[in-house]
Design a protein around this ligand. Sequence first.
Ligand SMILES: NC(=O)c1ccc[n+]([C@@H]2O[C@H](COP(=O)([O-])OP(=O)(O)OC[C@H]3O[C@@H](n4cnc5c(N)ncnc54)[C@H](O)[C@@H]3O)[C@@H](O)[C@H]2O)c1
Ligand SMILES: N[C@H](CO)Cc1c[nH]c[nH+]1
Ligand SMILES: [Zn+2]
Length: 427
Amino acid sequence: MVKIIKEENISDFIEDLQKRNAQDYNNVYETVDEILENVRINKDVALKKYTLEFDGVNIENLEVSPEEIEEAFSTIDPELLETIKKAKENIYTYHMNQKRKGYQFKPEGKDILLGQLINPIEKAGIYVPGGKAAYPSTVLMNAIPAKIAGVEEIIMITPPQKDGKIKDSILVAASLSGVDRIFKVGGAQGIAALAFGTQSIPRVYKITGPGNIFVAAAKRRVSGFVGIDMIAGPSEILIVADDKANPAYIAADMISQAEHDEMAASVLITYSLSLAEKVSKELDRQIKQLERSEIIEKSINNHGAILIADSMKQCIDLANEIAPEHLELLTSNCFELYKSIKNAGAIFLGEYTPEPVGDYFAGPNHTLPTSSTAKFSSALSVDDFIKKTSLIYYSREALKENKDDIVRFAENEGLTGHANAVKIRKL
Ligand SMILES: NC(=O)c1ccc[n+]([C@@H]2O[C@H](COP(=O)([O-])OP(=O)(O)OC[C@H]3O[C@@H](n4cnc5c(N)ncnc54)[C@H](O)[C@@H]3O)[C@@H](O)[C@H]2O)c1
Ligand SMILES: N[C@H](CO)Cc1c[nH]c[nH+]1
Ligand SMILES: [Zn+2]
């Protein structure tokens, strides 16, 4: 049963939520650190050991062969293939708008050239979840922006199924979106392989993609040694609804994210107690009818909640404080309200934009920051696969004109070597 939290207890709920965000990661660091270290030292041997332990399969060759990809194209449902192609088109069109050009300019009247160069990251590793469900949509969401950025080598990892294979839709999505190599490994061990390299898996410069708490914690741990996109852990949905919203739709949308993981978090904020009670009943009714009811129930009972705010203004303040991965605005004035949202991974407007529209199809990226990191992180984008390098040119005249300022600054910092690098030049 979902918790209904009244106004006087909301601040305790928010405090608990924030503590739990940190605690969830602290709880797995010991396991994750051990896995990272074992893979760093024992490489493929450790990868195979963990794949047997966590995915229940003995893997001989970690890399997916061209024959397996060919087979995937022959077994995939033709209608699903068409859907993947349509989604690919939408995701491509959306992300093409993010492509950057770089720039160069000469300050007026000066013989100076300044600029910003854009270069793709040469090797990117993308993580595609495959534990409780397999995610071909995540292949598209990661590989397409990488490809648009111009990444030369895209290495994909994903956990194998019990038969040692990767689902055909994942292989087809990877092939259609230009992934170069695919490896059958997931979890923290897969992240370690991408970060440190093994005999089979090349080390990459940046790792992107979502995953469960073990994957997200591993990315956090290797960050700095290798680039990461963000913390994209167990899914979250926050729904802000007014008293006119449809309780059945709200419950269904909360369930849509709860079914990802026992650790997923689905929260409703409304000022209407009557709506809250209807949603609670709807949740009970709908959960029973669904295949993944066990996961959903755990997620809703342990991480779900309905908060009763005193006004719509408080609903929005709380949404900004929670900074959810997904925010649905089920209110009649959603086109006004979204302008007050400062912290959210993605915003869904109105009752005909349920969150799965974004998960699969609309075009914006579904790899999004969780655990309140939307306060400082953004949706995955082409920017995650590029680097910016500054370009600076001063002519002799330009240096002569500015030398006193530069020397003065250097001497103030006590860095006479810096000052000397300017003074030594014959101007
Ligand atoms: N934030 C986002 O953008 C976003 C997008 C899609 C999915 N997700 C999330 O991705 C996750 C997918 O999770 P999943 O589990 O289905 O797949 P996954 O691929 O992320 O994780 C499966 C792997 O976890 C490891 N693992 C499982 N139990 C373990 C244990 N006890 N100790 C050590 N390692 C263990 C195993 O190696 C296994 O292969 C969900 O939490 C979902 O909500 C988030
Ligand atoms: N909702 C997930 C992001 O939290 C993305 C996804 C993929 N497939 C289904 N859903
Ligand atoms: Zn989803």
